[in-house]
Each structure stands twice: as structure tokens, then as C-alpha cells.
Design a protein around this ligand. Structure first.
Ligand code: PMP
Length: 448
């Protein structure tokens, strides 16, 4: 088959070179061109590519068994990984259910919440309030909570659209509130929504603690996190953190929830948890919730590949690697370095409106006017153009246009958590070159 033909189909027709191999923070195509992976793929490759110690542990498991169905056998890798995950979680979150990806994790979290409510005699509760914009997955159930018209649009009649509140896009606000007041203002929207929907019908509130692809590393004011948790507790509503992107160290702590001392009732993880070595995700829940389900006959849910020993061996090896090399500590340290370097770009490019994020989940946003945060003309397709300019130059970054309430061009710069300072220098050099080219294409000012 020629390289031009393909029987695969994905989102776009955009041709991409064939990947040859990866090493650390770099990827190489078949022509030998090197790319620095400035987005860890889709915020996945947290410990970098082709880690020999992880591969050796996977190989050892492959030589024993690559599959054992969970109704027929327990497996050491899944037990050991569950114990390791529980040890890394906030107190009380100690029961783990494995899945193969982020959408499955979100589906599982919602079904667990619902079945638990039913066992508690609270069958009237079924609505999962989420936020706009947000991204929670591509399956029908997760589309119902995803606040992104781009992804939900054509499928709208086929799933249950869940109630949404505005994501705390506080960086766009031009009011005189303090940060704390602004956080409380957004949290109050949750209370209003619960009241409007009827508290007895609301099952859970689902949020990305730091936004991902939909909002570009959106961080709320600190007061938001605490007040949201208080409101959920007050109304007996389960708090679900979607840590599919933020979990497993991406923000400089194992869970982003730790930054605010929050213990959600349920956490969904994937992406950096398998770190690209295996399709893997996990849902972690409060022990008493799981016990209630088991007492009532068990969780009516499961996927064939869930908890398979090869994926779990990979996940365990990834977590061991993180611990052995203080990779999460590195994410926190290098996150500070990268964030200040990105913030520094604002002096050179007046069209960078905002730099935000936590740890190595960082983003910048391009605008026509920094003071008003007026977006760039839509027809420029800046989110595509800048990514291509960087790609040509050997840097991979990730972008989507924010949709749902606000349409801005944000760019995620989220390298593997093993990144070093000189490698951050490489990212910045290529990014500056790409931004210069972008400015030249559109006659935008550059301050030398
Ligand atoms: N939740 C969040 C926060 C995500 O970022 C993603 C993926 N971008 C998902 C869920 C869905 O994960 P997956 O693509 O692995 O199904």
C-alpha cells in the first residue's frame, strides 16, 4: 500500500508523517525528522517515550500472561496497581475500578454515582451538573456532560443533555471583584442550578479541576474549589473530579485536587496514568460507597478489557518510575520555569492575552486585544495555523478553539513531566520562531 492511501479515518484529512520511534521527550518520523513533544501527545506521555524500565516490566508481564478475564482470575498487576493508586489518593478514596480510557472512566464514574444513589433509596437523583465549556469524553453518556458544541452538535438528540453552569472563566472578567469574591460568584452558580433543577433530582457535580482541551488550562480562583465542595456536601450531591488530564502528576501533584485539599467522592483518571504505554484509566471511589454497592449485589458495570494484566503492569511501572525519579516534583519545578518563560513572551507579543495553568498543564491564549480579550478573527484559524508553524519547525503543541460561551484560540504547552530546563529552552526557541512567523503572516506587532 502506498503512503498516500489509508484505510483509517480520523477527524481530519490532514496528512501526517509516519511515526518511527520515540525517546524521552522526542519523537522521530520515518524521514528522521525530530520533534520535541511539547504536548505529550494529548497530555498523555507523562514519563516520556520508550522508557526502558517500563518496557522491561511490560515485557516480563507479556511473557507470563497478557489477558486473564476478571471473572475467572484475580491478577497481581491489577491488585498491586489498585493498592498503589489507593496509597496515592486522599484519605478515604481507596477503591479502584480500572478502565481503558478517559471516556470509559467518566461513564463509569457517573454509573457508579447513580447506582450508589439507588442503593441509598435516592432513585430520584439522576442529573449530573457539569460546566460549559468542558470536555469529558466522546461516548454518548460523556457527551451529555461535555460542554462543547463542537463535539456534541450533530449527536444532540441521541443523548441526555445534562444541566450546565458556566466554567469559571474568571480571566475574562473585567469587574472589580477580588479573586476570592470571583471564585465564590462562580461557585454560587452551582447552588442556583441545583435549586432550579430541584435538589432531589441532582445526583452529582462533575468538573475538571484544571481545564483541559476545552478551556486551555483554566484554573479557578482558590475559593471556588472549597465553596463548590461545601455546596455539594450541603445538598448531598456527589462531587466527581474528572482528573483524566490533570491526574497522575500533570499539575505538579498526583491529583490536582490536592492543590486545594479537596477530597472528591469519585475521581476519574486516564491519559498520564497509562502514560501512553497502555490504554488505561481508573475510577477511584470512597470505600463506603463501594461497600454499599457490593452489599446490594455489586456494580452493574464492566468492560471486557478492564483491569487486564498487561495494561496494569504498565500502569504500575509508570507509577514506580514516577516515584523513583521524583517526576511529579520535577513537574512542579519545571512547570514554574515554563510558565514564567511563557509569561515572558507577553512582552514580545502583545497578541498573547493570557498565560495560565498549573504544573505542566499550561496554556497561552492569542487575542486581538489584551485589555478586552477580544478574540482573533475566526477565519484566521489561528489555532490550526500556529500549531502547524510549530510542527514544521519540530515542536508539537496542542490547540483547540474554545467553544461554548466564548471562542478563543488557546494553545496547550504540556511537555512530558521529565522535561529539563535546556529542553524547555528548545521549546521556547522554536515557539518564538513560530510566533514570529505567525505575527508576520498577519501583520501583528512584535516588540523587539
Ligand atoms: N475527560 C477529560 C478531562 C479529557 O481531557 C479527556 C480527553 N481529552 C476525556 C475525558 C476523554 O478521554 P479519552 O479520549 O481517553 O476517552
Amino acid at each position: 500500500m502506498s503512503d498516500e492511501q489509508s484505510h483509517l479515518f480520523y477527524q481530519s484529512r490532514q496528512p501526517r508523517p509516519f511515526l518511527d520511534h520515540g525517546e524521552g521527550v522526542y519523537l522521530y518520523d520515518e524521514q528522521g525528522k525530530r520533534y520535541i513533544d511539547g504536548s505529550s501527545g494529548a497530555m498523555v506521555s507523562n514519563i516520556g517515550h520508550s522508557n526502558p524500565r517500563v518496557l522491561a516490566k511490560m515485557k516480563a508481564q507479556m511473557d507470563r500472561a497478557t489477558f486473564g478475564y476478571r471473572l475467572h482470575f484475580r491478577t497481581r498487576p491489577s491488585e498491586d496497581l489498585a493498592a498503589k493508586v489507593a496509597s496515592l489518593m486522599p484519605e478515604g478514596l481507596d477503591r479502584v475500578f480500572f478502565v481503558s480510557g478517559g471516556s470509559e472512566a467518566v461513564e463509569t464514574a457517573m454509573k457508579l454515582a447513580r447506582q450508589y444513589a439507588v442503593t441509598q433509596g435516592q432513585g430520584s437523583r439522576w442529573k449530573v451538573i457539569s460546566r460549559l465549556p468542558s470536555y469529558h469524553g466522546a461516548t454518548m453518556g460523556s457527551l451529555g456532560v461535555t460542554g462543547s458544541p463542537l463535539f456534541t452538535g450533530p449527536f444532540a438528540p441521541m443523548f441526555e443533555e445534562m444541566p450546565k453552569i458556566a466554567a469559571p472563566t474568571a480571566y475574562l472578567d473585567r469587574d472589580s471583584l477580588s479573586d476570592e469574591e470571583r471564585g465564590l460568584k462562580y461557585a454560587e452558580m452551582l447552588r442556583e442550578k441545583i435549586e432550579a433543577e430541584g435538589p432531589d433530582t441532582v445526583l452529582a457535580f462533575l468538573m475538571e479541576p484544571v481545564g483541559g482541551a476545552s478551556t486551555g488550562a483554566l484554573v479557578a480562583p482558590d475559593s471556588y474549589y472549597t465553596r463548590v465542595a461545601e455546596i455539594c456536601a450541603e445538598y448531598g450531591i456527589l462531587l466527581i473530579y474528572d482528573e483524566v488530564m490533570t491526574g497522575a502528576g500533570r499539575t505538579g501533584k498526583f491529583l490536582a485536587a490536592e492543590h486545594w485539599g479537596i477530597t472528591p467522592d469519585i475521581v476519574a483518571m486516564s491519559k498520564g496514568f497509562g502514560a501512553g504505554y497502555a490504554p488505561l484509566g481508573a475510577v477511584v471511589a470512597r470505600g463506603d460507597m463501594v461497600e454499599a454497592l457490593l452489599d446490594a449485589g455489586g456494580f452493574l458495570h464492566g468492560f471486557t478489557y478492564a483491569g487486564n494484566p498487561l495494561a496494569c503492569a504498565a500502569g504500575l511501572a509508570v507509577l514506580e518510575e514516577m516515584e523513583a525519579h521524583d517526576i511529579i516534583g520535577n513537574a512542579a519545578r519545571m512547570g514554574d520555569v515554563l510558565k514564567s518563560r511563557l509569561t515572558g513572551l507577553m512582552d514580545r507579543y502583545p497578541f498573547i492575552g493570557d498565560v495560565r495553568g498549573k504544573g505542566l498543564l499550561l496554556a497561552f491564549e492569542l487575542v486581538s486585544d489584551r485589555d478586552t480579550m477580544k478574540v482573533l478573527p475566526k477565519e484566521w484559524n489561528a489555532n490550526v495555523e500556529l500549531v502547524e508553524l510549530a510542527y514544521e519547525r519540530g515542536l508539537i503543541i496542542y490547540s483547540r478553539r474554545t467553544r461554548g460561551g466564548y471562542e478563543g484560540d488557546h494553545f496547550l504547552v504540556c511537555p512530558p513531566l521529565i522535561i529539563t530546563e535546556p529542553q524547555i529552552g528548545e521549546i521556547m526557541e522554536i515557539l518564538t520562531d513560530a510566533l514570529d512567523a505567525f505575527a508576520a503572516n498577519h501583520d501583528l506587532p512584535v516588540i523587539e
